[in-house]
Write a protein that binds this ligand. Structure first.
Ligand code: ZN
Length: 79
């Protein structure tokens, strides 16, 4: 249990999220990773994540597993 007055920035590992547009199908999705400060400039590990619509693979340098959330659907007309 965290104290209710704690700030997210005070935790040793925080979440960082960014938005990405898939280059293959045009959908927009959000990728969230856990940022670990102690590895901020030393992360050599790569994690894979996939576009939620067409499963096109991407990679990111992070020590945690990326969470992918679909924001807007693909625009290439396929299903
Ligand atoms: Zn895609």
């Amino acid at each position: 249990m965290l104290p209710t007055d704690s700030k997210p920035s005070a935790t040793p590992a925080g979440k960082v999220a960014f938005q990405q547009t898939c280059g293959a199908c045009g959908c927009v999705f959000r990728v969230e990773v856990t940022w670990q400060r102690s590895f901020s400039y030393k992360v050599t590990e790569e994690q894979r994540y996939a576009c939620p619509e067409c499963q096109r693979g991407c990679r990111i340098k992070t020590a945690s597993t990326p969470e992918v959330t679909l924001i807007s659907q693909r625009t290439d007309g396929l299903t």
